[in-house]
Design a binder for this molecule. Structure first.
Ligand SMILES: [Mg+2]
Ligand SMILES: [Zn+2]
Length: 233
């Protein structure tokens, strides 16, 4: 079993990436333009970071993250995974600049994180999208499906936890899905079986009870989707 979890609005309470742009730059009209389909997520990020004011520095952003709220059950979930020998990986279409200090704050900085990179160099803010994918049709700068395909073994039961549009390609390729928000609506509309959750306490509850009983199995549709994705890569 391997667990993959989204960051914004799943581990964190609220969307930290959106708040970052609201706090240090201009969120609108860029955000509306993104959802209208005017440009890609990567391009949205480039434009949003270009609106950052001079007081946006790596230090001020790090200090700002101290006020971001995390679902308190995330630590319970991470501890359960560690005790059960299950690898937990964070997959995010957000940035290392806020994810890493937040994980550090709660003592979970050893977790592997797949995300976009934002750093200050002598040329100013520099963005990198190491998880970008041309073969996936997803709405993201960091493809979560590919993070799953690259790190899971054939026999692994893949568990995915998320809430938004950037989670849809991963959910289609996962055996067990925990969903809320837009992702839950997407799963319902597309016939992807899922456990609905409100907080990570709900997820821990289901994980504990199912693993104590019959356990989780691979899902036929997800196996096929993974096979097709490998063939196309
Ligand atoms: Mg999210
Ligand atoms: Zn994708």
């Amino acid at each position: 079993m391997r667990l993959y979890i989204d960051f914004d609005n799943t581990i964190s309470i609220g969307d930290v990436g959106d708040e970052l742009v609201r706090t240090f730059g201009s969120f609108e009209p860029l955000h509306t333009e993104l959802h209208r389909g005017d440009f890609t997520v990567a391009e949205y990020y480039r434009r949003a970071v270009a609106t950052f004011r001079a007081d946006a520095t790596p230090e001020s952003i790090r200090a700002w993250t101290l006020n971001v709220e995390i679902d308190p059950s995330f630590v319970t979930l991470a501890t359960w995974c560690r005790n059960s020998n299950i690898t937990l990986t964070v997959v995010s279409d957000g940035f290392d600049i806020y994810i890493e200090p937040l994980l550090q704050r709660i003592g979970l900085n050893e977790l592997t994180v797949h995300c976009n990179r934002l750093e200050m160099t002598e040329k100013g803010w520099t963005l990198q999208f190491p998880g970008a994918s041309e073969s996936c049709s997803c709405f993201c700068a960091s493809c979560k499906r590919n993070a799953l395909l690259r790190t899971a073994a054939d026999e692994d039961v893949i568990i995915y936890i998320g809430d938004g549009m950037s989670d849809t390609c991963a959910a289609e390729h996962a055996d067990v899905v925990f969903a809320k928000g837009t992702l839950a609506a997407y799963c319902t509309a597309n016939g992807i079986p899922h456990h609905h959750f409100r907080t990570l306490a709900d997820v821990v509850h289901v994980l504990r009870s199912v693993t104590q009983k019959q356990g989780f199995r691979q899902r036929r549709q997800a196996q096929l989707a993974r096979k097709r994705a490998f063939e196309r890569e």
